[in-house]
Write a protein that binds this ligand. Sequence first.
Ligand code: ADP
Length: 411
Amino acid sequence: MVQLIELTLENEMDLILAHRRAMAVGERLGLTIATQTTFATAVSEISRSVIEHTDQGRLVIGIQQQKQRYALRVLVTYDSQINLTNADEGFYYAQRLIPEFNLSETDGLTQVEMKIGLPRSLDLNRGRIAALQQFFANGAPINAYEEIKNKNLSLSRIKEKQEEEIRQSKLINEKRVEFISIASHEIKTPITIIKALTQLAKGAREECSDKVFKLIDKIDTQTTKLVTLVQQLMDVSRIENGSLIYSMERITLRTFLGEMVQVMQHAWPEHEVLADMEGDFEAVIDRLRMEQVFSNLLGNAAKYSAKGSQIIISCRKNAAGFAEIEVADQGIGMSPEDTRLVFDKFFRVKDIEKTHPGLGMGLYITSKIIVDHGGQIRVNSELGKGSSFVFTIPLVSQQPSVGSSINQLTS
Ligand code: ADP
C-alpha cells in the first residue's frame, strides 16, 4: 500500500484532522462529493470510537493496487485490550457506509480495515499515486494543532532515531569490550608460559653461549612488555564493565614509596630516581594497583626523557589533608592541548606516535585507579622542559610526624 496519510488518534482535535484529511484525499483523487463525504464520515466514525477509548490509536490512509485496479484503504489500529466489536455504534455506522470492512487482531493490536474500490475513470497509475503521496507529505498543516502535532512527531522520530543509535553504539561497545576481554585472556596464557620458560632458560646461564644468553635476555625483555600490554588490555576491559576489584590494606607511605623507588630504579637503571618524602603518612591502598600507578608514571617519565636525566618522586600532605605524590621528569614535555587529553583512553601525543611505542592505555588506567582510591590526578607540563604528574590519595592519619629527607637511590 502507498501510504498517503498517517495520523495518531489522541483526542477530539485529531477527529477533525482525520475527517479533513479523508476529505482531502477524496478530493485529490477526484471522487464525487458524495463519495468523499461517505468516505470521510466512515473514517470519522471509526476514529471517534477509538478516541473514546484510547489516546493511542493510529490512522493510516493509502492506496492499494488490486490486480489491474486500485482501492482506497483505511487502517485504524489500537490496543487489543480495548474491547470494540462490530456492534460498536461507530463501527456499525461505518460498515453501513463502506461495506468492505474488516476487524482483525495481531500481536496485541486490533486493526480495522476499510476499502473502497476506485473507478478506472480516475486513470490512476504509479506516477499519479507517487505525486499524491508527495502532495500530502509536503502539504501545509490544516491548522495550528496539526502544525504542533507534526513538529512533535518529527521531534519524537529524531529522539527515537537517537535512542536507537545510542542502543546500537552501546551494543557495539559491549561486544568490543567482550572481545578485548576474551582475546587478552587467551593471549595471556601462552605469554605467561613463554615468560616462565625464558626465566628458566636464563637460570641455565652456564649451559649457553653469551650470544644465546643475550638473545634469551632480549626475549625476556620483550615478553615483559607483552605481559604489560595484555595486562593493560585486560584492565581497560575490566574498567569498561565495572569489574576492577581492589584489595585494600593499610600502609605507611614512606615505606611503600621507598620500595617503589628501589624497584623503579632497578627497572630504569639509566635514569636517576630521586625521592623526596615528607612525614610518615598512612593510607589505605591496593598495593598491587598502586604499584601499577608508579610503574606507569615512572615508566612514562623514563620513556619520554633522555637517559641520565633525573626523575623525582616527592610526597607531601596538601592543604586538604590528602597525600600529594608527584612524579616529575626532565623530558620532552607536552603542549597545553595535549595535557588536557592525556588521561583519555588510547590518547597519544601525535609527534611521538612513530618514535615511542605504546597504546595510550597507561594513564587512563592510572587515573581510574587513583579516582577509585578517592584521589585525583593532574599533570603540569612544558614542551622541552619536562612533565610532572601529581596525584592525591586520602590519608588515614591526619597527624604526620615531621621530617623531610632526600634519598638518592642508585642501582
Ligand atoms: P603510552 O605511553 O603507552 O602511549 P600513556 O597512557 O601512558 O600511554 O600515555 C599517553 C600519552 O601521554 C603518551 O603516548 C605520551 O604522548 C604522553 N605522555 C605520558 N607521559 C608523558 C611524560 N612523562 N612526558 C611526555 N609525554 C607523556
